[in-house]
Design a protein around this ligand. Structure first.
Ligand SMILES: [Fe+2]
Length: 444
């Protein structure tokens, strides 16, 4: 019999046995017999909560599986608006006899996550980017004032970001890369949150781990709220002294989060160690290898990728595919297993990458396909010989009828091309809140 994993986020092979794609899990018979679906209203202290039946993003708790000991937790469950949940009878008490008679049978399958097309999700992601930016600015301002982070307002934001990643991983991640120097710190937090959730899914994280990864991503640079703005936003190169001050954002953020018992300890760990390197050459502690938590090693990859692909006052962002290739070449910097999973989560040629096709045409990657990491949907717009623009055309390289293929990534500088973002983001790339110079020729 196949039963569903309550509130599974769709990770592949995670601790709860989730399989990415069908979002169902085969529970061993002995384990399945311990689980019972009951009305949330029948939850009592002493029961072991195994999960809710709703999407995990509605879960009012950081942890989805725990023994109910606290009356406040019980109240939170009762008032969550979720109707049914699962309890584990091997780890906690059963419901009363009367309630047992009303218990449900385990269903055969769980509903698939609501997948959306790239274009559809892009529209939703643009709205989410705007609200996430405002929420993150507010959060940073509160920290600057010395106020604790409002977990209640933080959690829905992480849930919204994670939900977008679940529906279509490429849209929000690609859009969040398009940031201005003014909102860099805030949108970088949003982007790293989305990247952490996506990477967590690829690594097979269960619902709880995905959520922790997301919150850790959102908060990883919170120490920058405690860093002098004139240094943080300095458009020119930092002095050694200024760089020393910047590097303190790791320990400042960690200390701030450690004082807040409502924040998962993992978020503080990522805050402290996201600038560490796998060979011990990072900061602030020079911790290496297995002494770094998995989330910290994930944070290091997500943080660097978003940083180098984003436009900064002192440099243009690198091409996404070029960035992945460069990161892979930096020996001793990243956990190679985590980096490989990261590439798998984004595609070898992520959305926005400039590629050359076997036909001699240049194209921008629009969307990944399930068929192959090297056969995305692209938009051709330029030919190599004789060099010049051509009619824009959307081509699905995974379509067997299409004979064209990617021969490699291509340098934007070689062709002195203008911003290519409108080729995959359309008019969204030019919206005011993203503040992009779409179509503006580079001044070289
Ligand atoms: Fe940082």
């Amino acid at each position: 019999m196949v039963a569903h994993s309550p509130g599974c986020c769709g990770g592949s092979g995670g601790s709860a046995g989730c399989r990415r794609g069908d979002n169902t899990v085969a529970l061993p018979q002995e384990k399945m017999s311990h689980l019972k679906k009951i009305n949330v209203a029948d939850l009592r202290l002493g029961m072991y909560l195994h999960g809710f039946d709703e999407a995990w993003i509605k879960n009012p708790f950081w942890k989805s599986k725990f023994l109910l000991r606290d009356y406040a937790d019980l109240q939170a469950a009762w008032t969550s608006g979720i109707e049914t949940c699962w309890i584990d009878l091997s780890k906690g008490r059963d419901v009363s006899k009367k309630a047992q008679e009303e218990a449900f049978e385990l269903p055969e399958t769980e509903a698939e996550p609501e997948a959306t097309s790239f274009d559809e999700e892009l529209e939703r992601a643009a709205i989410l980017c705007k609200s996430a930016r405002a929420a993150t600015i507010s959060m940073f301002n509160e920290v600057r004032l010395g106020n604790a982070i409002n977990v209640d307002s933080c959690l829905p934001l992480v849930a919204d970001i994670a939900a977008s990643v679940l529906r279509n991983p490429g849209a929000l991640i690609s859009l969040a890369r398009l940031k201005t120097s003014d909102d860099y710190t805030y949108m970088h937090s949003v982007a790293v949150c989305a990247l952490m959730v996506s990477l967590g899914r690829t690594l097979g994280f269960d619902e709880e781990a995905c959520r922790e990864a997301g919150i850790a991503g959102l908060l990883h640079d919170i120490g920058k709220a405690l860093t002098p703005a004139e240094i943080l936003n300095k458009p020119s190169q930092l002095s050694d002294e200024e760089f020393t001050i910047i590097k303190r954002h790791t320990v400042l953020g960690h200390a701030f989060l450690t004082g807040d018992r409502s924040i998962p300890a993992a978020a503080g760990e990522v805050c402290l160690h996201h600038h560490e390197r796998i060979d011990g050459g990072g900061y602030p502690e020079g911790v290496s290898g297995g002494k770094l938590s998995l989330l910290a090693r994930m944070g290091a990859v997500c943080d660097v990728y978003d940083a180098i692909t984003s436009n900064r006052p002192y440099k243009d962002g690198w091409d996404p595919a070029e960035s992945l290739a460069r990161m892979a070449s930096w020996k001793g910097h990243f956990d190679q297993t985590v980096l490989s999973a990261f590439v798998k989560s984004l595609g070898i040629y992520p959305t926005g990458a400039l590629v050359k096709l076997s036909s001699g045409r240049l194209a921008v990657v629009v969307e990944q396909t399930k068929a192959s990491l090297t056969k995305p949907i692209v938009r051709v717009f330029f030919r190599e010989e004789p060099p010049g623009p051509i009619d824009v055309e959307l081509v699905d390289l995974s379509d067997p009828a299409v004979k064209d293929s990617i021969v490699g990534r291509e340098s934007r500088e070689r062709w002195n091309l203008p911003s290519l973002e409108s080729l995959w983001a359309g008019q969204l790339a030019a919206r005011d809140h993203l503040d992009l110079d779409v179509g503006k020729e580079k001044s070289k």
